[in-house]
Design a protein around this ligand. Structure first.
Ligand code: SAM
Length: 295
């Protein structure tokens, strides 16, 4: 079985993989190389890369979201106990599928327990996956106190434990180094043949579509600029990278934010589809940016 993302995550990259594939650095990847993904999220690109590029000798993933990186660590190191807990909760939740009040009680109890952050790491990960599978639209949102505050979703019998996939993910993670923190920490893992893929929180297309709260720290324009400086540094050091972001110019032709910021690099406009949006009418086609220093 091929490992695939074990979470629903905003900005899941499954749609963009084809476009990324067409722009990969051949010279780097046709010999042993290191892969670094500093904003890994649900890891759609990571799992695809591992499956398709046997020359990858080392993989390093990072995210600032500790709940997320801890769940990668649990799956890597304790997948069988995780499966036991999730299987039990799935059975319990499906049993009360017809009773909305009981489901609510069950969900909010788990959410409160998650927010105490007192469980051991495996149980905390089980709570994280349970909430991801049962909450509204698979959203992840926390308040300033880092408390997860998404309400219950309307799924009747959601799958909570995808056992074969969790095992497949565990298997591939055995060769992956998992970091937690700011993306800039990944620089020291680069060697002479390294490829970076960046999928930062996208710049919002409008004030109201601001869908940027993956963690308690916002990723604003100043952060987008800091990231560009990091890409510049990688470029100077001879590392190759691709970065995706929203195409703000597609929405407002006068908005040259990324065109100006990355003027010295290659900017491609590609078709992509967003999968998480509360309003189904807004799930339509959008252009996104792939920016790269690969010639
Ligand atoms: C667009 S998502 C990544 C989507 C992912 N590639 C996928 O396929 O699901 C952006 C990720 O960046 C993380 N993030 C935000 N600020 C960060 C920072 N300063 N350093 C590292 N990760 C950060 C968020 O927690 C989030 O998981």
């Amino acid at each position: 079985m091929i490992a695939k993302p074990f979470l629903k995550w905003a900005g899941g990259k499954t749609q963009l993989i084809e476009q990324i594939k067409n722009n990969l650095p051949q010279n780097t990847m046709n010999k042993p190389f290191t892969y670094v993904e500093p904003f890994v999220g649900s890891g759609a690109v990571l799992f695809w890369m591992i499956e398709n590029f046997p020359n990858m000798k080392r993989a390093i993933i990072n995210d600032i979201n500790t709940d997320l990186t801890n769940s990668y660590l649990t799956i890597k190191n304790d997948v069988e106990n995780l499966i036991d807990i999730l299987t039990k909760w799935e059975k319990e939740y499906h049993k009360i599928a017809e009773n909305q009040d009981k489901k609510k009680e069950y969900y909010y109890e788990k959410r409160t327990l998650f927010n105490t952050r007192k469980s051991n790491q495996t149980k905390q990960t089980a709570l994280f996956i349970f909430l991801n599978r049962t909450c509204f639209n698979g959203l992840y949102r926390v308040n300033r106190k880092n408390e997860f505050n998404v309400p219950i979703g309307s799924y009747k019998k959601p799958q909570i434990c995808n056992e074969p996939n969790l095992r497949a993910v565990s298997k591939v993670l055995q060769n992956v180094e998992i970091l937690n923190g700011d993306y800039s920490k990944t620089l020291k893992y680069a060697d002479e043949n390294t490829f970076f893929y960046f999928d930062p929180p996208y710049k919002p297309l409008s004030e109201t579509s601001s869908f940027n709260s993956y963690s308690k720290d916002a990723f604003d324009d100043a952060e987008q600029i800091r990231l560009k400086e990091f890409c510049e540094l990688l470029n100077q050091k001879g590392h190759q990278w691709i970065l995706s972001n929203s195409d703000v110019k597609g929405k407002n032709p006068k908005d040259n934010f990324f065109d100006d910021l990355y003027a010295t690099f290659n900017i491609l406009r590609v078709n992509a589809r967003r999968s998480i949006n509360a309003n189904p009418q807004k799930r339509g086609k959008l252009t996104e940016l792939l920016i790269t220093n690969i010639l």
